[in-house]
Design a protein around this ligand. Structure first.
Ligand code: APR
Length: 334
């Protein structure tokens, strides 16, 4: 999954390079700047002293010294002054310049903090949108593992309205589906008879034997594998392979494995990531899941959240991953 949102301390990230949200002097400070300097050791400050400072939106690179990463890219984000002084452009420039510098240094992985969202006061939700938009654009053209490191959960919230709408959707289905299934199975079941041994035997199948597919369904399933359906859908949608797996936030290597092996068994998040990238309907998504040996389950909040977005016709995988992250669920993608 080329873009991941993770909750961690950026000084612990074992990637090729981390990004420091610095100030123009590059001589250290508080927040993530202070944490990085403390973890890297005094040689980092020595190196920064030779850089001659940094303008907002620009970026400069040093070694990582005692940090578990090879490099540190120091950038200076905009101070938030209400949004009418080019803050968004400067912030976008920070992410773009850091990614370019990382690529220039053959980095295959990079970790960003949420630049400017601490001392510099940039509203977190807006800053996150800028970060994701710039990183997405970059990943359409380049292969790199990009981490957005969120230090504490409250520094990362999806909008209240969206959060409560999804919560309501989960509460309804999560409870309703379970009782529905149970009541439907019990209502269809023959009246339980007590056996000679005093036990009820003929209701066991309600829980032990899920509905067996019909012979036709079983044969249909065998006709087309998951990867065959995936490739067929890519063609039907008029997409290229790269457009599909990048939109699914899946890396090229995994897609090649799937493409090269008709019997490949992907994970459920991977199947759903492709369903979202292909903008499949709920029925088509269930069909694709079935071909990979999975089914939607309303005893899984993850599944219900995906279903919520498909029902709303919102196929933006990064918005979906933000919602999954906010509900502390795993993210879509490999
Ligand atoms: N790992 C990851 N993220 C962190 C860490 C950490 N160890 N520590 C802080 N953060 C997060 C904060 O929660 C915030 O979301 O980094 C984000 C950026 O906050 P700041 O570090 O305050 O950076 P910024 O808002 O860009 O302000 C820069 O602050 O530290 C000084 O010298 C720096 O003057 C500069 C200013």
């Amino acid at each position: 999954m080329p873009l991941q949102i993770v909750r961690n301390d950026i000084t612990k990230m074992a990637v090729d390079t981390i990004v420091n949200a610095a100030n123009p002097s590059l001589l250290g400070g508080g927040g993530v700047d202070g944490a990085i300097h403390r973890a890297a050791g005094p040689r980092l400050l020595q190196a920064c002293k030779t850089l001659g400072g940094c303008h907002p939106g620009d970026a400069k690179i040093t070694r990582g010294y005692n940090l578990p990463c090879r490099y540190v890219i120091h950038t200076v984000g905009p101070r938030w002054k209400g949004g009418r002084y080019g803050e968004r452009q400067t912030l976008a420039c920070c992410y773009r310049t850091c990614l370019a510098l990382a690529k220039q240094h053959q980095c295959q992985s990079i970790a960003f903090p949420l630049i400017s969202t601490g001392v510099y006061g940039y509203p977190r939700e807006q800053a996150l949108q800028v970060a994701i938009q710039v990183i997405r654009e970059f990943l359409l053209e380049q292969d790199m593992m990009v981490y957005l490191v969120v230090f504490d959960r409250d520094s990362y919230q999806i909008s209240e309205a969206l959060f409560s709408d999804i919560s309501q959707y989960i509460d309804d289905r999560y409870v309703q589906e379970k009782s529905d299934v149970l009541s439907r199975r019990v209502s269809l079941a023959p009246t339980p008879k007590c056996g000679d041994d005093g036990y009820f035997h003929d209701i066991a199948h309600l829980w032990l034997e899920p509905d067996e597919p019909t012979l036709e369904q079983a044969l249909a399933q065998m006709e087309e594998s998951f990867s065959q359906m995936l490739l067929r859908k890519i063609d039907e949608k008029g997409m290229t392979d790269a457009q599909c797996y990048k939109k699914a936030n899946i890396d090229r290597k995994l897609f090649s494995k799937i493409r090269g092996n008709a019997g490949y068994k992907p994970s459920k998040p991977t199947v759903l990531a492709f369903a979202i990238a292909l903008e499949l309907s709920l029925e088509e998504t269930k069909d694709m899941l079935q071909k990979a040996g999975f089914a939607f389950s309303h005893s899984s909040k993850f599944d219900i959240i995906i279903e919520y977005f498909i029902q709303k016709g919102n196929y933006d995988i990064f918005e979906i991953n933000q919602a999954l992250f906010a509900f502390e669920e795993s993210l879509l993608g490999s």
